[in-house]
Design a binder for this molecule. Structure first.
Ligand code: TYD
Length: 224
């Protein structure tokens, strides 16, 4: 079984992916918890090109090709082998992020996103949980998290002098602002209408345990 978690920046999906993996492991499943961009050594290298630096560093088209390169490697090296041995794969983001970020919110590239996906990826999760949260609340969460992060001593990101990021080393997309995050939220909600058999919207407000209970309630009987 292949499960993806999706949502805007700061929606809490990474926490939920971790809690879901813990829950499934406690029930005896082998779980591979992974993420995009990244999830394999090569894709983690491509990740740095995508999430660091200035917003305008890549055109939406060039960015989409990099996400697909990373996703193909992730699929070949991590996802397919795990599914083949019967593990449950929980991925923090997958192709729906490209549909929404590159396809709807950054440029009107949805046709290109779908064509590339069909040509080089061709796989959908069995279940996609969209952690739905108001972007203003999500932004407040990321600012709190960043304040905590920056309290420690962290090395300056490589290349920072030429290309200073807005808020932190991995904030390229967060730096695009609240109206961008609002378009993203609309894009994720529209996916639930487009793929009703696969995509479930989960209310992401409130404490993480409450959200985790809603995530568990959305699991198919075989896993829950
Ligand atoms: P992520 O590590 O999930 O960031 P966060 O934990 O802050 O939500 O993802 C990094 C960024 O990459 C995120 O802002 C969304 C973006 N992204 C895309 O634009 N397209 C994609 O296909 C993927 C997988 C991610």
């Amino acid at each position: 079984m292949f499960i993806s978690l999706e949502g805007i920046d700061g929606s809490g999906k990474s926490t939920q992916a971790r809690l879901l993996a813990q829950h499934l492991r406690a029930r005896g499943h082998e779980v591979v918890l992974t993420r995009e961009p990244g999830g394999s050594p090569g894709a983690e290298e491509i990740r740095r090109l995508l999430v660091e630096g200035r917003g305008e560093r890549w055109s939406p088209e060039a960015e989409l090709l990099l996400f697909n390169a990373a996703r193909r490697d992730h699929l070949e090296r991590t996802i397919r082998p795990a599914l083949a041995r019967g593990a449950v794969v929980v991925s923090d983001r997958f192709a729906d992020s490209s549909r929404v970020y590159q396809g709807a919110a950054r440029g009107d590239l949805r046709t290109l996103v779908d064509s590339l996906h069909a040509l080089v990826i061709g796989v959908e999760p069995d279940l996609t949980l969209v952690i739905d949260l108001d972007p203003a609340q999500a932004l407040a969460r990321t600012s709190m998290r960043d304040a905590g992060d920056h309290a420690g001593v962290r090395p300056a990101p490589a290349g920072a002098a030429q290309s200073p990021p807005a808020n932190g080393p991995e904030d390229r997309f967060e730096s695009m602002g609240l109206p961008f995050q609002m378009r993203l939220r609309g894009g994720f909600r529209a996916l639930a209408d487009e793929f009703p058999d696969r995509v479930r919207l989960i209310d992401g407000s409130g404490d993480p345990e409450g959200v985790a209970a809603r995530v568990r309630a959305a699991l198919p009987a075989a896993l829950a």
